[in-house]
Design a protein around this ligand. Structure first.
Ligand code: PLP
Length: 353
């Protein structure tokens, strides 16, 4: 089966083999070595993220984002959330649960971020402490304009905390230039590892500032201190770590995030004409803001997602539904993971039927 959902992805043979290659105790020196290799590997993927450390967590992307929110959004001042989809709305819910003051700058789900409204708020001089945003809004496949946000963030000196769960490893990210204090990512999307392992990549200054987190499991500073010593606070999923090490090796061999982005774009080139011919239109009208990772299409009139999903599943592909208010209108296709060219050809043929 080929997974076209945005993670978990179809694993390569090498990653599957690594997953079951060894039984490893998380308190042994062999694991310390693996842990340091992973932390360095994640931090080293983007050239301007030196000055940052990766903290590994046992859990899905939501855990990493919530840990970032709980650990790095100060109690004093107000956080600003930019939202244009399900995952932006989820960050607002996290802030609400964590009892942090926040304001939301909201746009419709099929619209870009409202950076003018954000600017107006920043100009008021109110004590804003962090900007929270989703890089690739997987709800719609929109790659938000992080460069423009980075300029505003640097100008007003309000650092960004980024949900990079569905962009890290493939889309361009510039930690220093775009004033990103920390980002959350996962093993099982653009990195092509197995699900259940996530991480936060954060500036040293963020990890070394005052520790006032009211959570044991989501305290990133304590996780970081333990991991700096080559240890781990709690059990990390050792097999998933082995798989991620292999996945990172494969990513580096493919030319890092830039290579992976080109790979995904070439895969979409191979199927998009067939989808258009079948009458399904892209949800995001501006091509420059379509991510390389996932594309959303309006289901052609007269057809339904359920019918399309069932037909493709019989042919060996898992298509992905829309979320929330878009669930009856769109389908989503992601081309991450180990997808042979022959499968892409077959997928295009299925859409042409
Ligand atoms: C942008 C974004 N943020 C957060 C999440 C949540 O990740 P998880 O399902 O791993 O908790 C997802 C999942 O697809 C996502 O795409």
């Amino acid at each position: 089966m080929i997974l076209l959902n945005p993670g978990p992805v179809t694993l390569s043979f090498g990653v599957k083999r690594a997953l079951s290659s060894q039984d490893l105790c998380h308190r042994e020196p062999e694991f310390s070595t693996l842990l340091s290799e992973l932390r360095r590997g994640i931090a080293g993927l983007y050239p301007d993220s030196n000055g940052c450390r990766a903290v590994l967590l046992s859990g899905s992307g939501t855990l990493a984002i919530e840990a970032m929110v709980s650990s790095f959004v100060p109690r004093k001042g107000t956080a600003l959330v930019l939202s244009n989809g399900h995952y932006g709305e989820r960050i607002a819910r996290m802030l609400s649960v964590a009892g942090r003051p926040f304001e939301v700058v909201e746009s419709a789900w099929d619209e870009p971020w409202n950076l003018e409204a954000l600017s107006r708020r920043l100009r008021t001089g109110r004590p804003y402490n962090r900007i929270l945003a989703v890089h690739h809004e997987t709800t719609t496949g929109r790659l938000n304009d992080l460069e423009a946000l980075g300029e505003l963030s640097a100008r007003w000196q309000v650092p960004i905390l980024l949900d990079a769960v569905s962009s890290f490893g493939a889309e361009l990210i510039s930690m220093r230039k775009w004033n990103i204090a920390a980002l959350a990512g996962v093993a099982n999307k653009c990195l092509h590892g197995a699900p259940g392992l996530s991480f936060v990549l954060a500036r040293h200054s963020e990890l070394e500032s005052e520790n006032n987190v009211e959570s044991l499991y989501m305290n990133l500073r304590e996780h970081d201190q333990a991991q700096e010593r080559g240890s781990t606070l709690f059990t990390l999923p050792t097999n998933l770590c082995l798989a991620l090490a292999k996945a990172l090796e494969e990513l580096r061999e493919e030319g890092g995030p830039a290579g992976r982005r080109s790979l995904y774009l070439s895969r979409f080139d191979a199927i998009e004409d067939a989808i258009a011919l079948a009458g399904h239109l892209p949800l995001i009208s501006e091509p420059a803001f379509r991510s390389s990772v996932l594309r959303a299409f309006r289901v052609r009139g007269g057809d339904t997602y359920e019918r399309l999903h069932a037909r493709l599943k019989k042919a060996g592909f898992i298509l992905y539904a829309g979320q929330g208010r878009l669930s009856n209108e769109i389908f989503r296709v992601s081309l991450m993971g180990d997808i042979p060219d022959a499968s892409l050809k077959k997928l295009a043929e299925e859409f042409r039927k």
